[in-house]
Ligand binder design. Structure first.
Ligand code: CA
Length: 224
């Protein structure tokens, strides 16, 4: 289980890191909101511990930017303990709001509850397209028996392709579905991301899944 701590107070962060590592979790740490947001988007975590008062970008904004589409549970850790603060955190979609100072035993108990809840609520579903297997709940992608590590964006892009397999997908549609982006801005983002995804899921294997449709976009198709 991977946990991301976004916390600017180094003493608290190292205390959390030591305790959680001892409890068997793999821990990453960011000491400001911008780095934390970036790490949360680029890697797959099972839980995020998010401080509210952070340099660069506060915890509220990090949570807003992560958006409702992200599935990783978030536990706010904050010195701000008014009812209004708690409601704001939970209203943004956090799973838990713990006020500092808290006991480590309590934090650990809440983390275990959240992680257990996540496991039972998430549907266990594996998609198979030819030799490609995607475990949606665990965000795990395997092709030809080989585990592939995708970033969150690459995974979203792959899911987009799989859900609309055999259809021609214009770049503009991919841009709006995966990046919430209006197309005219930058078409290159889509091509670069597709190229990266191909390097992982297509290049090492004998058959292609992502096909270029010239002048339009891409099509995901498994031809046996
Ligand atoms: Ca802080």
């Amino acid at each position: 289980m991977n946990i991301l701590i976004i916390e600017d107070e180094h003493k608290t962060a190292s205390y959390l890191r030591a305790g959680l590592t001892e409890a068997g979790y793999v821990v990453d740490h960011a000491d400001n909101g911008i780095d934390g947001l970036h790490m949360a988007r680029e890697s797959q975590y099972d839980l995020i511990l998010l401080d509210v008062m952070l340099p660069e970008m506060d915890g509220w904004t990090v949570m807003e930017k992560l958006g409702s589409r992200q599935q990783t549970p978030v536990l706010f850790l904050s010195a701000r303990g008014t009812l209004e603060d708690r409601l704001r955190g939970l209203g943004l979609g956090a799973d838990e709001y713990l006020v500092k100072p808290f006991s480590f035993a309590e934090l650990l108990a809440r983390i275990r509850i959240i992680l257990r809840r996540g496991q039972t609520e998430r549907p266990v579903e594996t998609l198979e397209i030819g030799d490609l297997q995607v475990d949606i709940a665990k965000r795990r992608v395997i092709r030809g028996g080989q585990r592939l590590n995708l970033t969150n964006k690459e995974f979203s892009l792959l899911m987009c392709f799989i859900q609309r397999r055999d259809e021609v997908l214009p770049r503009s549609l991919l841009a709006s579905l995966v990046w919430d982006m209006n197309f005219d801005s930058d078409t290159n983002v889509v091509d670069v991301a597709v190229r990266r995804l191909r390097q992982k899921i297509d290049d090492p294997f004998p058959t292609r899944l992502i096909h270029t449709v010239h002048g339009v976009g891409y099509r995901f198709e498994h031809e046996p």
